[in-house]
Design a protein around this ligand. Structure first.
Ligand SMILES: Cc1cc2nc3c(=O)[nH]c(=O)nc-3n(C[C@H](O)[C@H](O)[C@H](O)COP(=O)(O)O)c2cc1C
Length: 332
């Protein structure tokens, strides 16, 4: 498959493994890039030394392009400097103003993208000079900036800007990839599917919950798992914490059931309380089911835990099969 995105990034398939907070690993990003897609590290909260170490570890595992995602709700100046210094292929931003970082990164030949939730936001980012855009629909897992479904957002953004647009939210298989391309996307950005990659740092409890979920099992919450990242709407699986909050009438922070309860501990021994924005990682211990299980509606479509390369190859095969099935429909 050749699209403006594969050309821009020098990748084989227009498939990007979305940043997944602390669940991304060098092993995950490198496996996706080695399979011909683009792997992404999510390093928003890593200190500069860890940022450099994770980039170098990924470089040791692949000589293909890969990217780094930085959420602009935090000060990213030091991490951007490390990315520029290390010369990663792509830096992706979201939740803030990337303007101060564009010139220095692009001067190093680094492609810059921004995640958007509306055509107006896309136009603003395009005017600033990003190289491509990620249009993230409301059905996406994790933190979600907009309120528009992918099926409407992608063509609205593609109509508005002349840049390559990458579709995010609800895309889990070859059918979704073909649909995204037909909506005007030059590629896809898939998060929930890669939560089930063996190389991701997700805990087994989390993976199994995603694998078992149906398309009805996620909840969009404006301010539920808010400790650590306030007023950032998100989509999670409905678990015991969400169900108890819903039974209590979905009260605002300060009146939710079980606030302050310690549910789990991180690898460094620090406590994770109920409503923290932490997601359960392989190294987290405790009541993992009750933590924030970020996932998109496409959890209802993904059931198989597999290696990341296997996932990419499967997606490519499925996409080709869908295209082969559709082609006869348009032949006379
Ligand atoms: C567990 C999890 C963590 C995420 N962390 C980030 C992040 O750190 N930065 C970011 O830009 N997007 C993050 N996202 C959003 C994804 O990049 C992507 O937009 C989304 O997963 C796409 O929708 P899908 O889940 O339906 O594939 C996260 C998503 C999930 C599920």
């Amino acid at each position: 498959m050749h699209t403006p995105l594969t050309k821009l990034l020098a990748i084989q398939h227009p498939i990007i493994q979305a940043p997944l907070g602390s669940a991304t690993t060098p092993e995950l990003a490198a496996a996706v890039s080695n399979a011909g897609g683009l792997g992404m590290l999510a390093l928003s909260w890593a200190d500069p030394a860890q940022t450099r170490a994770q980039i170098r570890r990924t470089k040791a595992l692949t000589d293909r392009p890969f990217g780094v995602n930085l959420v602009l709700a935090w000060d990213q100046r030091a991490r951007v400097a490390v990315c520029a210094d290390e010369g990663v292929a792509v830096v992706s931003f979201c939740w803030g103003d990337a303007a101060p970082f564009l010139a220095p990164l692009r001067a190093q030949g680094i492609a810059v993208c921004h995640t958007v939730g509306s055509a107006d936001e896309a136009a603003r980012c395009a005017d600033q000079g990003v190289d491509f855009l990620v249009a993230q629909g409301w059905e996406a897992g994790g933190h979600v900036g907009g309120r528009v479904a992918t099926s409407v957002l992608v063509p609205a953004v593609a109509d508005r800007v002349a840049l390559p647009v990458v579709a995010a939210g609800g895309i889990a298989d070859g059918r979704g990839i073909v649909a995204a391309l037909s909506l005007g996307a030059a590629g896809v950005w898939m998060g929930t599917r890669f939560l089930l990659a063996r190389e991701a740092a997700t805990s087994a409890v989390y993976r199994d919950a995603v694998a078992r979920a149906t398309e009805n099992d996620t909840v969009y919450a404006p301010d539920l798992f808010h400790l650590g990242w306030e007023q950032a709407p998100h989509r999670v699986l409905r678990n015991s914490t969400v169900a108890a909050w819903e039974r209590a009438g979905s009260p605002p922070p300060g009146r939710r059931p079980g606030e302050g309860q310690v549910l789990a501990h991180r690898a460094d021994g620090s406590p994770v309380v109920r409503y923290s924005d932490d997601t359960p990682l392989a190294a987290t211990t405790g009541d993992l089911e009750a933590l924030a299980l970020y996932a998109g509606q496409s959890a209802g479509l993904v059931h198989r835990i597999a290696g990341a390369a296997d996932i990419v190859q499967d997606l490519v095969r499925q996409t080709e099969a869908v295209l082969a099935r559709l082609t006869p429909l348009i032949q006379p």
